[in-house]
Design a protein around this ligand. Structure first.
Ligand code: A2P
Length: 277
């Protein structure tokens, strides 16, 4: 795995930074996956599904005193109404940011640029009956926000989350998310009626194997869920995952007649381009 979209930002600012937030929770899932929570700036507003830049402070340069900060786009994996902000991350041993970020502990500080952006927002989709959240790997993160967002259930009768990973252990974050969503005080009751979870693995044996793109193309995803009328009238989709997933699913959705949407021009599906898990 590689770290995408990591940027370095050189600044002369000394710590504490105005954008520093405190880590409140860390949980490790596997050698390559973990989640963490940080405090939320009091004035920060965002729409469920958006991402922000997160990072760590670098050491001051011995001569100039300047610090290099490493920042990377991270989808916010908690809903807009939550008091704290959750993130779900890969760990890459030689990755400039996550090689260090994976060692954060409760009480540590991270940099959070509170300006949020993104295409995986309700404003970018027109109304329909069903919403599909297609994810691979850490691409599930924005859906951890949208699944706990009341608007998701107000707008759609059925909400389907697909999550494809290499191994069974990589699915744990998603399984816990589904359990928490179904008992959530705000959306739990509706989620129990409307939410369908479709996990698959591609390397390790599990109940359902295969890439979601293959399962959609060969019809088995629709058969498994009892969907006989997948089309641009009934269905909307949000996609977040590997570059391969984004490219392949775009073609499949367009073959079904779905049209890509944007904040400025709502449509039938949206793909997160800025953040790749
Ligand atoms: P595969 O094991 O067949 O490559 P990664 O761990 O590399 O980020 O991948 C996460 C998951 O995304 C894996 O299960 C991987 O399947 C799957 N994947 C990779 N490329 C695609 C693609 N083009 N379409 C659908 N799924 C993909």
């Amino acid at each position: 795995m590689t770290e995408h979209s990591t940027v370095t930002l050189e600044t002369a600012t000394a710590v504490p930074l105005p954008d520093a937030q405190t880590v409140t929770e860390v949980e490790h899932y596997t050698d390559s996956l973990f989640r963490f929570r940080v405090t939320r700036p009091a004035s920060m507003r965002f729409r469920s599904g958006e991402f922000v830049m997160i990072g760590l402070m670098g050491d001051p340069h011995p001569e100039t005193g300047k610090q290099k900060h490493l920042l990377r786009a991270y989808s916010i994996a908690s809903p807009a109404w939550d008091d704290t902000l959750q993130f779900y991350s890969i760990k890459v041993d030689n990755g400039p940011l996550t090689s260090r970020l994976q060692h954060i502990k409760v009480g540590d500080q991270v940099i959070l640029k509170p300006k949020s952006v993104g295409t995986l927002v309700h404003d970018a989709l027109t109304p329909a009956n069903r919403i599909w959240f297609f994810s691979t790997g850490t691409g599930i993160a924005p859906f951890a926000s949208l699944l706990r967002e009341p608007e998701t259930y107000e707008r759609f009768d059925q909400v389907i989350l697909t999550h494809t990973c290499r191994d069974v252990a990589d699915l744990k974050f998603g399984k816990e998310l589904i359990a928490e969503t179904k008992t959530d005080i705000l959306v739990g009751e509706e989620a129990q009626q409307k939410l369908h979870y479709y996990p698959t693995t591609t390397r390790e044996t599990s109940k359902k194997m295969g890439r979601i793109t293959s399962l959609l193309e060969d019809g088995s995803l629709l058969v498994d869920l009892g969907v006989t009328d997948f089309n641009a009238t009934n269905d909307r989709a949000m996609v977040c995952g590997s570059i391969g997933l984004n490219t392949d699913i775009k073609r499949i959705l367009e073959n079904y007649g779905l049209r890509e949407g944007a904040n400025s021009d709502p449509g039938d599906y949206v793909i997160e381009k800025a953040f790749v898990g």
